[in-house]
Design a protein around this ligand. Structure first.
Ligand SMILES: C[S@@+](CC[C@H](N)C(=O)[O-])C[C@H]1O[C@@H](n2cnc3c(N)ncnc32)[C@H](O)[C@@H]1O
Length: 179
């Protein structure tokens, strides 16, 4: 299984000290982060688009997961988790309405005071994506990136307040808390 996302390695001790042990990995992909956290003692739900959920059915790693959900189950699943994880998902959702629907589902399954950990690709201010790219804000490849200010602008209207963030080479990770 692929290595766990950097932000999860970095922040999992913080979540343990906050007793934020019930987790929804939203856009779980191959479940690399879900399995890592389950092995660390967290109770992990995993969700993804229906087509990805179908690919995961029968996967041995599901033995670590409390429940695997398709995204269309999330509006009524009421998981009441302490933490929603979102790693390298939000930056690939390019449609504004879909982004807001994604955040609505995250918040609908989060306890008051719960956390959202988001890690996304970040923009490289000095770098264009290839030699033909002249405008990294309108280029399709480069626009699949976000800054922490852009995340704030999208997440704050959903009642999420940033309490920590950091940048590393190609990514920004931020923890938000439900007000
Ligand atoms: C780049 S993968 C990241 C997977 C995983 N979070 C990780 O870090 O390994 C993006 C995942 O997001 C899922 N995805 C795309 N759009 C989504 C949406 N609107 N809601 C939930 N998951 C979505 C894709 O199916 C895919 O599994």
């Amino acid at each position: 299984m692929a290595a766990v996302a950097e932000s999860i390695k970095r922040y999992s001790r913080f979540f343990k000290t906050q007793q934020a042990m019930d987790v929804l990995d939203y856009g779980t992909g191959t479940m690399r982060n879900a399995v890592y956290l389950a092995q660390e003692g967290f109770n992990v739900y995993a969700a993804d688009l229906p087509e990805q959920v179908n690919k995961l059915r029968g996967c041995p790693a599901l033995m670590y997961i409390e429940r695997l959900l398709a995204t269309d189950e999330l509006p009524q699943s009421n998981l009441n988790v302490d933490l929603v994880l979102s790693t390298y998902v939000f930056n690939i959702i390019m449609n504004s309405a879909e982004r807001h629907a994604y955040l609505d589902n995250a918040v609908a399954n989060l306890k008051p005071g719960g956390y959202l950990l988001m890690e996304v690709r970040c923009r490289q201010p000095q770098v264009s994506c290839d030699s033909a790219c002249r405008d990294y804000f309108s280029c399709t490849e480069c626009s699949k990136t976000l800054t922490h200010e852009e995340l704030d602008g999208l997440l704050t209207p959903h009642g999420l307040r940033r309490i920590s963030h950091y940048y590393r080479s190609h990514a920004v990770a931020a923890i938000y808390q439900m007000g």
